[in-house]
Each structure stands twice: as structure tokens, then as C-alpha cells.
Design a protein around this ligand. Structure first.
Ligand SMILES: O=C(O)COP(=O)(O)O
Ligand SMILES: [Mg+2]
Length: 228
């Protein structure tokens, strides 16, 4: 177990906010499949899965834009067309290869049993978030699910985090965000909320420690060790 702390644990974390892609679920293979389908329809070359993995975190439209940019920056019309193909394919192939990360289900059960409120905070579009969580039997753990298109701003803006804290009438200091990328750490810092990062997620080539989170988790189950 390697839990590293910048601030003193334990965290009160009456509300635990969990990022989706790269934190709860390894969605990269199916996101890459959908992006490559859209690239193919536009006559573009496919991209390797690890390359597309690096594009995840700012929503599916930004992922598709970055995938198109490998060859040539798309016009908004081209990107719109690619998003139609991407969305249709991804909606039909959400769970071909995507998997819940080890330790997630048991940890969510334990957090719920401790009486904590659970929130899913993702930049993924609602049209994909809800079926994904429902089909993996994760949806009912969450008292609130805030997708990237639910509010006017998404991560790295703090709006989703502040909304969740207010929803449960808790100060931000009594919440904890668990994420995997700089969007999560930046949103948490802007909200004044503590943040833990998982080492296994999508944060590019740099180790997650470089994001300077308050705690680092190799497995979601380690979250239980740092909560009061
Ligand atoms: O980029 C996305 O679609 C979602 O990313 P997130 O769940 O890590 O916020
Ligand atoms: Mg993520």
C-alpha cells in the first residue's frame, strides 16, 4: 500500500466525489474503438489505443477533436460529423471492453455503509455516463451524478464540485474528490476541496504525484485507510 499525503489524514469526507473515466472505470478501449470508427468513416488513419487514452479527460468532443488533429485540424463541421459517428458507435459499444477497476465496488459499498454521500463527477456526456453506470450496476451508489454537460462548466472549473457540496449542504473541506487527472486536481484546488488521485488512471506520461494531490492511491480500497 502506498498512500502519500500532503495534508494530514484522515479526511472527514462526508461527501466523496468520484471521477469516472480512469478512476472508476477503464473506458479507454471502447473510447478508442469509437474514435477509430469515426476516423475511419472520415477516411482518416486509425490511432493507437495508448494515444487515444492520452486524449481522455476533457469530454468526448475534445477527445474526437484531438484524434482528428493527429492528421489535420478539423473544421467544426467535420468535428460535428465525426461526433455523430463517434456517438452512435460509442453508444452501441459502451461496454465491449470497458471494466470497473479492482477495488471499486467493495469500496463504494463500504463508503455507503459508513453513511457517506457518493457523487460521480465526470466530464463525460450524460448520454454515455448514465447507461455506463447503470449497466455496470454502479448507478445506485450515487446520490448525485454530474456529467460534463449537466452544468454550464465542467472540470477543471470547480462548478461541479461546488454544486455537489452545496447539494449535500456540506462545506467543501468536508468533501473529498477522487480522480486521476490534472482536470481533477485543478478543479479541486479551485474549489478548495481536498483531492486524492489514483495511480492507475489517465494522466499522461507523468506520474500522478506530479499533480501534487493530497493523497495517492494505488487501489481504490486504500481510500478507506485515509478517511475518518
Ligand atoms: O473525458 C471524458 O469524457 C471524461 O473524463 P472524466 O470521467 O475523467 O472526467
Ligand atoms: Mg478521469
Amino acid at each position: 500500500m502506498t498512500v502519500q499525503l500532503n495534508v494530514s489524514a484522515p479526511f472527514t469526507a462526508r461527501v466523496v466525489l468520484l471521477d469516472l473515466d480512469g478512476t472508476l472505470i477503464d473506458t479507454a478501449p471502447d473510447l478508442a474503438g469509437a474514435a477509430n470508427h469515426a476516423l475511419h468513416k472520415l477516411g482518416r488513419q486509425p490511432a493507437e489505443m495508448p494515444v487515444i487514452r492520452g486524449f481522455i479527460g476533457n469530454g468526448v468532443r475534445e477527445l474526437m477533436r484531438r484524434a482528428l488533429c493527429i492528421q489535420q485540424e478539423p473544421s467544426e463541421t467535420e468535428l460535428d460529423a465525426a461526433m455523430v459517428d463517434f456517438s452512435q458507435y460509442y453508444g452501441d459499444h459502451l461496454l465491449d471492453h470497458s471494466q470497473i477497476y479492482p477495488g471499486v465496488c467493495d469500496t463504494l459499498k463500504a463508503l455507503q455503509a459508513q453513511g457517506r454521500e457518493l457523487v460521480c463527477i465526470t466530464n463525460k456526456a450524460k448520454a454515455f455516463t448514465e447507461p455506463l453506470l447503470k449497466r455496470l450496476a454502479l448507478y445506485d451508489f450515487f446520490g448525485l451524478v454530474l456529467s460534463g454537460d449537466c452544468l454550464p462548466k465542467k472540470k477543471p472549473d470547480p462548478m461541479q464540485l461546488l454544486h455537489a457540496a452545496a447539494h449535500f449542504h456540506q462545506p467543501v473541506g468536508d468533501c473529498l474528490l477522487v480522480g486521476d487527472s490534472c482536470n481533477d486536481t485543478q478543479a479541486a484546488r479551485a474549489a478548495g476541496m481536498p483531492v486524492a488521485c489514483v495511480t492507475y488512471g489517465y494522466h499522461g506520461d507523468e506520474p500522478v504525484h506530479t499533480l501534487n494531490p493530497d493523497a495517492v492511491l494505488d487501489n481504490m480500497s486504500e481510500l478507506l485507510d485515509i478517511l475518518a
